[in-house]
Structure formats: structure tokens, C-alpha cells
Ligand binder design. Structure first.
Ligand SMILES: [Zn+2]
Length: 101
């Protein structure tokens, strides 16, 4: 591999959005049913959750290689999340036509 990069994982982002929705629904559910202090504690917990900066758990490896002998461009890309195991791989050779003046 010639390059690697880390970024936020799209599956973890989706999971986090779902978790935020559940936490928000739970907060609305307890409104008026728990003490003001308990409600405020849950509200602060939700605010902290929303403010957390997501970690970059998706590792990307990629490589491009031009082969003039076969007039192909080799493209390789692989990603994998260390938290949720999301990932995929793309490996392809693309024929190209040389531009001739
Ligand atoms: Zn993930």
C-alpha cells in the first residue's frame, strides 16, 4: 500500500445518529415523570453525547498505478472500521487510451 488514511466511519456515524435519536426520545419520555434534577442530569448527558467529537476509526488504504505497457490504470482501495467492522474493497484495472498529439 502506498497510502493510508484515517477518517470517521459512515456506519459508526449512522449508529451514532440512531443512538442520539433514542437518547432524545428517552429524554422526552421521562419529562414530567422524574424529578427536575434527574431530568436535568439526563439532559446534560445527552448534550455531552452530542458534543463528543467522533473518532476516526475507519482506516483507508489505497493505491493507483499506471501501466503504460498494458495501457491500464490499476486502482486499489480498501477500508475497515476498527469499531464496527464496516469495510469494503475495490480492486480494478481500467483501460485507458493514451492521448497522442
Ligand atoms: Zn464503524
Amino acid at each position: 500500500m502506498t497510502a493510508d488514511n484515517w477518517q470517521e466511519c459512515p456506519q459508526c456515524d449512522a449508529n451514532r445518529a440512531s443512538e442520539e435519536f433514542c437518547k432524545t426520545s428517552d429524554l422526552h419520555e421521562v419529562y414530567g415523570k422524574v424529578s427536575a434534577e434527574e431530568y436535568e442530569a439526563k439532559r446534560q448527558e445527552l448534550i455531552e453525547f452530542i458534543r463528543e467529537v467522533p473518532e476516526e476509526t475507519l482506516r483507508e488504504d489505497y493505491q493507483y498505478q499506471l501501466d503504460p505497457c498494458t495501457t491500464t490504470l490499476g486502482v486499489y482501495y480498501k477500508c475497515h472500521c476498527t469499531v464496527c467492522n464496516f469495510g469494503f474493497k475495490v480492486e480494478e484495472k481500467i483501460d485507458y487510451l493514451p492521448l497522442v498529439k
